[in-house]
Design a protein around this ligand. Structure first.
Ligand code: ZN
Length: 292
């Protein structure tokens, strides 16, 4: 069985911490470098449900995409929900390691896994990392569909291929417009609209889309260079495919080193949204009673 320090060195080769954004908090949150590792669990969120899953599994190492402490802390007392997570991890000899923006831009990275889950053919990064001579690393991915789909059909396709959440998939744009090219970005992608428009794609799938950025992006695209469809998925659902991709990468490393790791992917849905009701009220009408 490898030591934690050996496993971390392998993870750092996949997702070099120095490639994380300046504001990010990646790397090992807790864990003894000398500890022996056999069971590893990948998850999106370092929340209590995921830690409980790691304890049930007998995991020695929990690897999450999101940081536990993005902005630092002055206490890990178990009187706080994050302190409780730290206590439960340490008491059960479970290390916690985070690969966040360094995994987003990696090759393969979070958006490669998302594109793979959606059966898309990857053309290249949406925002290329200029330090990568191969041109594979960067934020988001520009993709092509093997067979064009309408906006309505692609929304249904994404809802079928991404893990189930209460939110499902919201789409913006003419439901009958045909999509041949789509940009994807795991997690909150509404800062990427400029790159999406520059890429000239028919659609953009990401998470956490807000009214004003979404409205302005669709209006601007329609006004200038043709319609842009948007697909808003649950944040967790867009990043969970990375867990499977990362688990396969670590499995391959384990085989190569003869480590005999048991690598698992969390089955816990940690998207914070837990219920969804489709509108059933009538559309607003004007004073004459005619539909607006
Ligand atoms: Zn995220």
């Amino acid at each position: 069985m490898p030591r934690l320090s050996e496993v971390i060195a392998a993870l750092d080769a996949l997702w070099p911490p120095e490639r994380a954004e300046q504001w990010d908090a990646v790397g090992t949150v807790c864990g003894d470098p000398q500890a022996r590792i056999q069971h590893v669990l990948f998850a999106v969120d370092p929340v209590q449900d995921t830690v409980d899953e790691a304890v049930r599994l007998g995991a020695d190492l929990l690897i999450t995409h999101h940081p536990l402490y993005l902005r630092g802390t002055t206490t890990v007392a178990a009187t706080h929900f994050k302190g409780r997570v730290v206590h439960d991890l340490i008491r059960n000899d479970i290390a916690l390691h985070v690969a966040h923006t360094n995994a987003d831009t990696a090759d393969p990275g979070v958006s490669d896994a998302l594109a793979g889950a959606l059966d898309l053919r990857i053309v290249g990064p949406l925002v290329p990392d200029t330090t990568d001579p191969a041109g594979h690393r960067g934020l988001g991915r520009i993709c092509e569909l093997d067979h064009p789909l309408t906006v309505r059909e692609f929304a249904a396709h994404a809802a079928k291929r991404l893990p189930a959440t209460a939110q499902g998939i919201r789409a913006a744009g003419d439901p009958d417009a045909v999509i041949r090219t789509v940009a994807v970005s795991g997690g909150s992608g509404d800062s990427l609209f400029g790159a999406v428009r520059a890429a000239g794609v028919d659609a953009f799938l990401t998470a956490d889309l807000r009214h004003h950025p979404a409205s302005e992006a669709t209006q601007a695209a329609t006004f200038a260079e043709g319609p842009l469809a948007l697909f808003d998925a649950a944040h967790w659902a867009t990043e969970w495919p990375w867990c499977e991709q990362a688990a396969a990468q670590l499995d391959e490393i384990s085989d190569r080193h003869g480590w005999d790791l048991r690598v698992h992917v969390s089955k816990t849905v940690t998207d914070p949204w837990t219920a969804h009701a489709a509108s059933s009220a009538p559309a607003p009408t004007d004073s004459s009673g005619a539909p607006n």
